[in-house]
Design a binder for this molecule. Structure first.
Ligand SMILES: *Cc1c(COP(=O)(O)O)cnc(C)c1O
Length: 454
């Protein structure tokens, strides 16, 4: 018997009212009161963009997280509401004309599909290269790209409490069924994990697994306490619910069951890591957001924070420093800062690598060592996660210093390599090797992996 005080004693009791979850999609844009105050032209632009890119926002985000006096420059407004610049001019004009003419729904949808297909809906070989098999059968809803970590996309968790305008998985939220990655089969997920004892980390992701009912989550996670899963030491859950719906952890009907599940997993010896997606300190500006964090941490689960660096939202060193300080104060561990991927509304959100690195450095300079656990800015590209480690001059040539934080071949990790400096490059494929080399060291091997389909 262990003497550790267990649930429910260590869960602080908080006095919060239950809140009804009320959500708006593109069809209900006009029902959002706050939006009605905006100029008609702005609302038209939103309708146009929302017919191409996913839109979904809930009442809590609208009323508690957005500072409407700052609109359109408010970071959370930019994070959830469609803006004209998110579509290229030609795409915008095409769609706007259809709306002006009062075109049929079917015509709007057909045009939307064509536009989406031009927006690189599956960045970094998501569909072709990361498909694992079990008994010769391709497993939907599972990705296994890096040796230690398996990604699992439970079918019931493939939506979110609100959508981020810059989401790199935007394609799975816009109708076309064949774009979705999902799995209904817990047994196959468990089967794959059983066979792959090199996997130490299961990352449950989406969408947002926290939109699932606790009872579903229990079905996936509870069996991992059996001895045949001893190699799975960490259960990570990727979520933005701490921002978009912190009530999930505090007052929702099955919030207590969820907290109890975390506590049970921790007590049984698993490391439970909530991988929170944060972009801006304003997301942690409400009492309920802090209460959710305290409640999760009281179970022994850790919260790690990651998120992309995005123009119009957080391309600002002071905002990052403030976010990291707030995270550390609340016991959250800063983890990754990502470069916005080359997909969707990238042209609106992209920040050149050089600028992203400078923002990162200026922010890191302002915080204590405990907040300097944030690594990046990092590109989740086909070959792996590539971090911009610095900008320097070597033998008279200005270069980026790069390294893999994760690689398709684990042996690529941590080797410094160099690219010609560029003011404008925003992604790995725009970089050229420095010092007159023809290729980066990993390119031939990566090409072979692509030919061999994985
Ligand atoms: C980032 C990532 C992981 C996890 O990598 P860590 O560095 O261990 O956090 C796993 N799989 C994929 C596909 C990823 O992009």
């Amino acid at each position: 018997m262990n003497s550790i005080v267990t649930f429910p004693n260590r869960i602080p009791v908080e006095e919060f009212e239950e809140r009804r979850f009320q959500v708006y999609t593109d069809r209900q844009l006009d029902k959002i009161e706050a939006i009605q105050q905006l100029p008609e032209e702005t609302r038209f632009e939103m309708r146009v963009v929302a017919s191409v890119l996913p839109f979904r926002v809930n009442e809590y985000v609208i009323n508690e997280l957005i500072n409407w006096d700052q609109v359109p420059n408010d970071p959370i407004y930019q994070l959830v509401f469609p803006q004209k610049g998110m579509l290229k001019d030609e795409h915008y004009e095409r769609m706007a004309n259809l709306h002006r003419e009062g075109a049929e729904k079917a015509d709007i949808q057909a045009a939307a599909k064509e536009i989406r297909d031009e927006l690189n809906p599956h960045p970094a070989g998501q569909m072709e290269m990361n498909m694992p098999t079990l008994n010769g059968e391709v497993l939907d809803g599972i990705q296994h790209k890096y040796r230690e970590t398996m990604l699992f996309f439970p079918a019931q968790g493939q939506t979110c409490h609100s959508y981020c305008t810059f989401c790199f998985r935007w394609a799975q939220f816009v109708g076309d069924k064949d774009l979705k990655m999902s799995s209904t089969d817990a047994a196959r997920m468990h089967g794959y994990l059983k066979e792959h004892t090199e996997i130490t980390d299961l990352l449950v992701t989406g969408g947002d697994p926290m939109v699932m009912k606790t009872k579903n989550l229990v079905q996936y996670l509870e069996p991992l306490l059996e001895p045949e899963f001893d190699h799975v030491q960490t259960i990570r859950i990727g979520t933005k619910a701490l921002t978009f719906w912190p009530y999930r952890f505090v007052t929702d009907k099955d919030a207590d069951d969820l907290i109890e599940l975390f506590a049970r997993l921790v007590d049984a010896g698993k490391h439970v890591a909530i991988m929170a997606h944060y972009n801006h300190w304003q997301e942690i500006s409400t009492d309920i957001a802090e209460a959710a964090i305290r409640r999760i941490r009281s179970t022994g689960a850790e919260i790690r924070a990651q998120g992309p660096l995005i123009k119009h939202v957080n391309d600002d060193a002071d905002a990052w420093a403030k976010l990291w300080k707030k995270e550390v104060k609340l016991g959250i561990i800063p983890y990754y800062i990502f470069v916005e991927r080359d997909t969707g509304a990238k042209n609106y959100f992209e920040v050149p690598l050089a600028e992203a690195y400078n923002i990162y450095r200026e922010a890191i300079k302002q915080v204590s060592g405990l907040a300097r656990t944030a690594r990046g800015p990092s590109m989740s590209a086909g070959p792996g996660k590539v971090e911009v480690q610095g900008i320097t001059e070597i033998s008279g040539e200005k270069v980026f210093v790069l390294r893999f934080l994760q690689g398709r071949n684990p042996d690529w990790v941590q080797r410094p390599f160099f690219a010609k400096y560029s003011e404008t490059a925003t992604w790995l494929h725009e970089l050229e090797p420095a010092f007159g080399e023809e290729k980066f060291f990993f390119e031939d091997e990566y090409e072979q992996m692509r030919q061999g389909n994985g």
